[in-house]
Design a protein around this ligand. Sequence first.
Ligand code: PBG
Length: 334
Amino acid sequence: MSATPGGGVGFPLARPRRLRRGAPLRRLVADVRLHPADLVLPLFVKEGIDAPAPIASMPGVVQHTRESLRKAAVEAARAGVGGLILFGVPARKDGRGSAADDPSGIVQLALADLVTEIGDDMVIMTDLCLDEYTDHGHCGLLTEDGEVDNDATLARYASIALAQARAGAHVVAPSGMMDGQVGAIRAALDGGGFSHLPVLAYSAKYASAFYGPFRDAAECAPRFGDRAGYQQDPARSVGEALREVALDLAEGADAVMVKPALAYLDVLRAVADAVDVPVAAYQVSGEYAMVEAAAASGWIDRERAITETLIAVRRAGADIILTYWATEAAHRLR
Ligand code: PBG
């Protein structure tokens, strides 16, 4: 054995293990912490069902009725969860996603319920997109050639933003990845008397296999093609994400999001270092399904895996974490 600088022969001077001896010491030195108030629970509400409908690929997650949605929201609020993000699944879909901005559409009605029920206790957000509402399942209007028409879609997003604002949304979160969407929504909100309403932009959103289960939950798998023409390519370096973030901020975004979370922790860290607005990360449906499936097979420890992934997302720089485990995690943190 060699002599250690400053120490005796064979004795390491530095022993990082000293601070790992025993849970109290580990707790004392831990500096990455989760708090229920930073968690956001995504919820699905479906029109025309009279009981909650389980989502096969997301065990434990359901499509809610308006009634069960209210209960889930109250439970989350009691657990201290900071926010909800609402997705609507209308009974009827069409080419222009008419239900998305219909004042009596399911998402507007359910939103108003939530605002009445728990609006003083937590932040109620809405996903602002068209894919849950279009019969073709794309996030925008289509041209005659079946391409997503960026600029025509912006007008729809502007109208949806106003419908959601009028129904009481506290924050709108555009997720469609159209160029200029934040600016169009900001202008519509400002012009409509909602200059106080924040926009949480899904800024760096990748074309990801991890959205698979969500498409069951929101019944929005594209009928043809995929979303690679508008969502980001996983094979591009973080520079593109930083550009998307900068554009969204220039257009008036109040907070930005990286999505998915676990496979994009490098992007999350880069964004968190680059901006001084709140940064959210979305632990998406496939991340949830992966852990639940492995745990159901007895292959991993479910609770530890959940906590570890949430800690990883926090460590990478997320101020806000959207997760289907929000209520459960909040209970455990208390
Ligand atoms: C688009 C939207 C999607 C998700 C959130 N908002 C689907 C998509 O972009 O294809 C995915 C969320 C998840 O997988 O949990 N409205």
